[in-house]
Ligand binder design. Sequence first.
Ligand code: BGC
Length: 396
Amino acid sequence: MQHPTKSTLKNTSKIILAVCIISLAACNHSAKKTVANSIMTDTTKPLLPSKTGFEKTIDGKKTHLYLLKNKNGAEAAITNYGGHLLALLVPDKNGKLTDVVLGFDDIDGYKKAMSSYYGATIGRYGNRIAKGHFILDGRRYDLFINNKPNTLHGGSKGFNDVVWDASQANDQSITMTYLSKDGEEGYPGNLNVKVTYELTDDNSIKISYEATTDKNTIINLTNHSYFNLNGVGSGTILDHTLQLRAANYTPIDSTSIPTGEIAPVAGTPFDFTQPATIGSRINNTDTQLKNGSGYDHNFVLDKHDISTPIATATGDESGIVLEVFTDEPGIQFYSGNFMSGTNTFLNGKTDDQRTGFCLETQHFPDSPNHPKFPSTELKPGETYKTVTIYKFSVKK
Ligand code: BGC
């Protein structure tokens, strides 16, 4: 056997070295691939907001982010700052988890976009009160005019901008309470409010509201989540299909205050009694659409007994179906007309116009100034109780 010379040895070690480098590189490459794959796998689940973005002290009270998870893998993120629903992950037609509720990564995002009320708990009075005042028991109450010339969603510091006390009973529910003091934002009576979010195993987010007062007052609570059933930041909602069990709606004036009329939707762009895409008539020449800059109207629900869905929306790409159940008499369908593109969601997408829509269950706007509308008064000894369910499934 020929002994290896110095040069063949040198060459052999060069070859070994080269093999090592190649195999190391290969190893490294496959490691990278594994990492890339696992990142890929992770990206199929949308981001949830980070806990740290919601850990703050505001008005001397601690804020946190709370996570709910049901037995089927749906997840929700909620904060006790303004009772916001931050994100809601439900499966699409391919089983891929999709975040259907528009939201931000931290409290600053919510503060910056405050006038849009993304995901917020709204109170003491949802929607508008004309010219910021109402008469109750013969006395006039003046509110802050934050949406000229009216008061919108509670006033200058609504329930969306206060810190609630929260307690998480289990993985699937969280209860928040807030005492709105007598005279806060101009409303009479100490109002004790309780809101419970529950993520049930049928992929519903159930919101239960309760309140009591020590003086006659008015109340109209709602949730202001913006939905995009194709996923946050996935573009327009104009191709979503919508059906509303509402043969009537309450037309508005140019400042978005109900005229007092209960008008039939038949023959108008407000007829969603049969499923129609949100965008099919939104640009019609129509005074009501002009007054709302699109859809921003209260629909008078035919039935409101919680057992039948009163609204059904479907994402055209995801196949995700949202059904809304409520015992409230009305629903504000808002097509995201004032979304401005100036806020950035947690996945980096901007809040461009009409990339989200709201279905706010409610008593009618400005009811305290419309004696013919269902009453929003709450008296001592009574308990305000209302439930809304947003149920998610996929199109069959
Ligand atoms: C109102 C809109 C308003 C939006 C965001 C909706 O409930 O009806 O007019 O622009 O909230 O503030």
